[in-house]
Design a protein around this ligand. Structure first.
Ligand SMILES: [Zn+2]
Length: 304
């Protein structure tokens, strides 16, 4: 498809973006929370070296944690779960997944939405937890054009400034310099439609930004009102065993490692105290569950 044809199609769909009912689809997880219809759609998974989870950890203890999560070998599969919220006339996507230029096992979300009968042209808002490839690079297609013709985009000012600033290269190992190029490419595509937010801001009524920095400089989670609360945690909690039993371990993906540990411990304490529901981007699909205290640390209890 040429970009001209694509633009014509986009123009044609703009007029029909209005109130939208999410279709039922067995392969998606969907439930109600407060004023929100919550759907979790898989973007596929990442394949990562196990050392990536906690380079500083004792290898034997790390292997035991992985075995307890049903994982073995030198690599592990990290699920990628994208959250979609319906609220009134808004259809709100939290992160855009990996797109087609990160890993062949990821970037499946757009196809999965299409299969489920969810028209991406109806998505009105996108909120980004942070600027890593698996959360941001699905924003554009192979022509660097926006996948979402009718959405506004919402980014933490601290995150936008980090990736677009001079320190971005210095904050990453050299082998991940491509992360900066990719973040800038996707951010450039939304620059005319982006709104910056800060800690405590509401995107829509009942959907609040919770600053959870450390994984990246401007990383955020999202809190949904209703019941005991629901927190979309982003990448504060990235593994169903390690993040809960050893929140002090330091995943290689965390940019500001000591701050990430502090944030992880604070969020776990809040989640266990409030008994909030969580959606974890990298927890086993759909990543919906709760946090409980256990033996001086925590455990993840998947929703059944
Ligand atoms: Zn991630």
């Amino acid at each position: 498809m040429t970009s001209l044809t694509r633009r014509a199609l986009i123009a044609g769909t703009a007029a029909t973006a209005a109130a939208y009912t999410l279709p039922a689809f067995a392969a998606l997880t969907a439930f109600k929370h407060g004023d929100f219809d919550v759907t979790v759609v898989s973007d596929g998974h990442l394949v990562l070296p196990v050392s990536f989870l906690a380079a500083d950890a004792d290898p034997a203890e790390r292997a035991a944690m992985l075995a307890a999560a049903g994982q073995s070998g030198d690599t592990y599969n990290s699920p990628t779960n994208v959250t979609l919220l319906k609220h009134g006339n808004d259809l709100i996507l939290i992160d855009t997944g990996s797109g087609d230029r990160f890993m062949p096992t990821a970037g499946k979300m757009w196809d999965n939405l299409k299969t489920a009968g969810i028209d991406k042209a109806k998505i009105t808002k996108v909120v980004f937890t942070h600027g890593h490839p698996d959360h941001l690079w699905g924003t554009v297609d192979e022509f660097d054009e926006l996948m979402l013709p009718n959405a506004s985009f919402h980014v933490a000012a601290a995150e936008w400034d980090f990736w677009n600033g001079d320190n971005a290269m210095r904050g990453l190992p050299a082998e991940r310099a491509g992360f900066v190029t990719g973040a800038r490419r996707n951010y450039a595509a939304i620059k005319d439609r982006v709104a910056m937010f800060k800690d405590g801001d509401e995107i829509v009524s009942g959907l609040q930004i919770v600053s959870t920095p450390g994984h990246t400089q401007g990383h955020v989670s999202l809190a949904l009102k209703g019941g005991d609360g629901l927190i979309v945690t982003g990448d504060v909690l990235t593994h169903p065993m390690i993040s809960f039993v050893h929140p002090e371990w330091k995943p290689a993906a965390d940019h500001v490692v000591d701050q990430a540990v502090t944030t992880r411990k604070q969020l776990l304490d809040r989640l266990a105290t409030d008994k909030s529901k969580i959606i974890g981007f990298h927890l086993p699909y759909p990543g919906v569950g709760r946090v409980e205290r256990k033996d001086g640390a925590y455990r993840y209890v998947a929703a059944t």
